[in-house]
Design a protein around this ligand. Structure first.
Ligand code: ATP
Ligand code: MG
Length: 382
């Protein structure tokens, strides 16, 4: 019988109520692959691969003494034009937080154990180890066991999104939300900051709370300055956190992403290119730049598309592999291997290059770029 294969946790009598999804729907979603059994780390857990009713993709349900539900971090939609979008979307005030460029992490306590989940609802061994090293979380979870800490892991020793911040350096964690397990209800912007302060935990930078009608102009200035410093942009939030937040990013952030995508044109560029170009078009329109500023933007875009691709073609021509090297800090070879296994679970092709001075270099290979560039270099037709 098929039924025997269903993970017992999925048929737990309390689950439909906790998730607000019928048991029939849960079962159906399992057969459709929307819900998956998660069998790592000796946990009894299930993972949501897609949104399902009110439940976000990336949600993880973990069995144990009690059932823990760590909801997925909600998707943040983007404003292309600040003025009309803010006017339409917010009512009185807008809290502007810096958007940090790293990777999304949710930290929670499960039966006395602290775990760190990445966006899709995977327990990442490196992130779990580093989060507990960087942050002193025991008191916080002692007093707030039902809270999920949502933040960005940033810095250069970062296997997913490596970006240099002078105030962070190698690796740091900045918190942008405190949410309740199961319901995913966030604290208000000020309550969050107050609670974090009590426990010495670092929030993202709050750049101001502005009346809606002044906000677009203020934010344009803020994002311009952030861009000049190679910083990503902002997330705009209802101070009460009753409305969905919106994001908006600098031209330089767009350029950095284009650069990355075009370094591996046949693996990443198609998914990246169109949306980044659209963002630039609308930003250029709204920022009403001088001729000089506009041509600077045009050059930035063009250079970030052309040069990285050219670089990659030359590398492959020389016999090198189209690959990027990730560097992480490890205590021993075992930790490096464990992380590589984790990457392989995520379908990322990676291998260990070397371990030196406590750092592991892991090579992530972009196979399609490699194969296709080689093919064209040998006369293959497009
Ligand atoms: P998604 O919106 O699905 O995460 P994405 O991977 O394209 O899509 P981003 O474009 O980076 O994500 O924007 C959303 C992400 O920004 C959040 O998931 C979060 O990790 C990150 N982030 C950084 N700073 C903040 C902040 N101050 N408030 C909220 N999110 C932030
Ligand atoms: Mg991001």
């Amino acid at each position: 019988m098929r039924k025997e294969n269903i993970p017992p946790l999925l048929t737990h009598e309390k689950l439909p109520k906790l998730l607000n999804i019928s048991s029939q729907k849960l079962e159906e979603s399992y057969w459709k692959g929307i819900i998956k059994n998660y069998q790592k780390h000796d946990l009894e857990a299930i993972q949501f691969k897609k949104d399902l009713g009110p439940v976000e993709s990336g949600t993880m349900v973990i069995g144990g003494e009690t059932i823990h539900i760590i909801r997925g971090f909600p998707k943040i939609r983007r404003a292309l034009l600040l003025q009309p979008a803010l006017n339409k979307h917010f009512s009185k005030e807008v809290a502007v937080e810096e958007k940090m460029n790293g990777y999304n992490v949710r930290i929670a306590q499960i039966d006395q154990q602290i775990i760190a989940l990445t966006r899709g609802g995977y327990i990442c061994p490196y992130t779990t180890r580093k989060a507990t090293e960087i942050l002193d979380l025991d008191d916080f979870f002692q007093n707030n066991p039902e809270m999920v800490i949502c933040g960005e892991m940033v810095g250069t020793l970062n296997p997913y999104v490596s970006h240099y911040y002078p105030e962070v350096g190698k690796l740091g964690f900045r918190i942008f939300d405190l949410r309740e397990k199961q319901s995913n209800t966030p604290l208000t912007v000020m309550d969050k900051r107050k609670l974090l302060k009590e426990y010495g935990l670092e929030p993202v930078h709050l750049m101001g709370i502005f009346p809606v009608d002044e906000a677009p102009e203020k934010i344009m200035g803020i994002v311009r300055d952030l861009g000049v410093n190679n910083r990503e942009g902002v997330v705009m939030k209802d101070p009460m956190m009753q409305l969905e937040p919106l994001k908006y990013t600098s031209s330089q952030a767009q350029a950095l992403e284009l650069e990355y995508a075009l370094s591996y044109p046949f693996d990443l560029a198609q998914a990246f290119l169109f949306s980044r170009i659209i963002r630039e078009g609308f930003q250029a329109y709204e920022m009403a730049e001088s001729t000089d500023e506009l041509s600077e933007r045009a050059f930035r875009m063009g250079e970030s598309i052309l040069y990285p691709m050219l670089e990659t073609i030359k590398r492959v021509e020389k016999g090198e592999v189209a690959a990027e090297d990730l560097v992480i800090e490890v205590g021993n070879e075992n930790e490096a291997e464990e992380f590589i296994r984790h990457l392989r679970d995520l379908k990322v092709m990676a291998k260990l290059v070397e371990i030196k001075d406590g750092k592991a270099v892991i090579r992530r290979i972009h196979q399609s770029t490699n194969d296709r560039v080689k093919n064209y270099l040998h006369g293959g037709l497009y």
